[in-house]
Structure formats: C-alpha cells, structure tokens
Design a binder for this molecule. Sequence first.
Ligand code: GTP
Length: 332
Amino acid sequence: MSAPDQQPAVQETAKVLHVDDHADTLIATKSLLDRPGIEVISAGSAKAALELLRLHDFALALLDVHMPGQGGFELAEAMREDERTREIPIIFLTGLPGDADRTFRGYEAGAVDFLLKPVQPLVLESKVSVFAALYLQRKSLRDQKADLERLLRDKQQMAAELERVHEQAVKAAFTDELTGVPNRRHILQLAQSTLDDPRKQSQPISMAVLDLDHFKNINDTHGHAFGDAVLRHFCDHVLAHLRAGQALGRLGGEEFLLLLPGTGLDDACTAMERVRRTLEPHEGVPFTFSAGIAQARPDESLSSVLDRADVALYRAKGLGRDCIASDWAELR
Ligand SMILES: Nc1nc2c(ncn2[C@@H]2O[C@H](COP(=O)(O)OP(=O)(O)OP(=O)(O)O)[C@@H](O)[C@H]2O)c(=O)[nH]1
C-alpha cells in the first residue's frame, strides 16, 4: 500500500506533429499512433503546423513533402531556422519514389528519415515509438538535471545564509551593540595580544582608560536614550582621532579602553589631550570625559597596566574631571 501523500506517477506524453493536406491521412495516422505516451497533433498545412510548433514541444514531426503552398521541405527549413524547433527530428512522407535530388534536399533540411506512401503501419509505428522513447528519455534527463541544479542552488543559498548568520553571530559576540566598538571581551583580548606580540613589544605600548564625567547627570537630566546617543557621539569622536593599529573598546557603562601600540606615554597624553579639547557638545549639551594613561613596562601583565591606568583615571577624576592623567603627569 502506498503512503497516503504519495502522488501517482504522471504518464509523460511525447507529442508527434503530423502535417498533411489530406484529412483522411491525418485521421488514419492519428488512430494508428495515438496511445498512452504518444499524442498525435495534426495540421492540414505548413502554416497551421508553424502555429502548432509555437504552442507545443514536439518529439517528432511527420511532414508530407507535397502540399499546396508551402511544402514539407520548406516547412523543415523554417523549423531549422528557429532555435526552439531546430532539434525536432523529422520524417518526410512522400508519394513519389525517392529520386536522389529530393532525398538530398530533404536531408539538407534536417530529415532523419524518408517513408514512401502508402506507409506500412508497422514501420511507421515502430519508428515513431523509437523517437517517442528517445524524446521521453531526454526529457526525463533534462528534468533530473533541472532538479539537481535547483537542489544545488538551494544548497548554495542555504550555505550563504548560514555563513551570513555565522558572521553576524561572530560580529555580535565581539561588538558592543550600542556603540559598534569592540566589547569588553574583545578589547581585552586585543590588549592582551598587543602585549604578547613580539613585534609590538620592541616599541612602547600605552593604554588609556576613558570615563565620561557625571554621566549619571546626563541620563537623569536628558533621559537614557539621550545618554545612549552621547555614548555613540563620544565613540565616533574618539574613533575619528585614531591612527592605524589603535583601537577603542567599551569596558562597560561609560568606561572605555583605548589601545595605543607604538606610542609612548608623552605622545599618548598629547593625543588624549587633543581628543579631550576637541570634544563637541551633543545636540547643544556639553559633556566631558577624564582619562588615565599608563605605558606598559617590559613583561608587565595586562591587569597591572590597567590597574595603573585606573589609578591615573581616579586621580584625573579627583582633580575635578575633564582631565587627562598619567602615572606621573596631569594635563587639563
Ligand atoms: N544611557 C546609558 N547610560 C548608561 C549605560 N551604561 C551605564 N549607564 C549609566 O552611566 C551612569 C554611570 O554613573 P556613575 O558610575 O555614577 O558615574 P558618573 O555619573 O559618570 O560619575 P563619574 O564617573 O564619577 O564622573 C549610570 O547612571 C548608569 O546608569 C548605557 O548603556 N546607556
């Protein structure tokens, strides 16, 4: 017993075009050849045949050579000129015993066979059956190929979609959603790999912890959404001052870490001071930040550098905020 959702297999049909100006011949051929799997479609003239060729996909054309107006050879030539009908095999049917010239002309136009009228039913039946079977085989292969190509396309689309989702997930895991800068985990990883990188160790490495001043007041006075916008404004401002190799990340809340590889303490302080002085108000609301800077000592651990930067930040806050402080200097 078949499963309830299984569809019965649809019998494919090979269509055979028969063109002849004698209606009785058309009727006889149709009753001889029509059966499950083969459908004869009749045309009384080449003109009618061309119309049918536009509408159907034929497995074979049986063409009467002699017809009033356009004959079988002319029709075959017209079929060869059209890309859609060029490949349809043709059997010419003629009442005249084959003279060499005619046979030659028929083959030039693309004939695959000549049959002399009156045609032996058995001969016609067997030839048509062969072409119908060939056509159905080719069609089935074409359908299978199209199915496979569709499957392959679906698979490629799915793989691309998975890749996109994966990239988004990776990006989300490393990025602070609000500001778009690296999140705490990512910036601390970058800081660690900066300290571990032997090429960077040969040059000074400075790190700055930046903290917005009285940020709670901004939230309280202008709302949390405005505070969010201030955080983004601040990040955009700092990012605009960064050079290649430098990185800003959000440690959390209104606290950020700036990595300055290849930069000594003096230059780091000068750079931070420039960032501080050029910070513009957000939508007319002035705001400031303080920063503590430390330069990594040889073989110093990340937590130790960050502790020293934090101590400097604490001092900057203590000095009244809107201030840059380092291990041994303050700038305002
Ligand atoms: N809008 C907004 N506010 C945040 C976010 N994360 C933390 N905050 C707020 O930041 C404020 C930090 O306040 P405090 O730690 O008191 O620091 P402060 O007011 O900046 O004061 P100082 O650091 O001492 O100058 C708190 O009100 C938090 O709610 C955020 O993502 N968006």
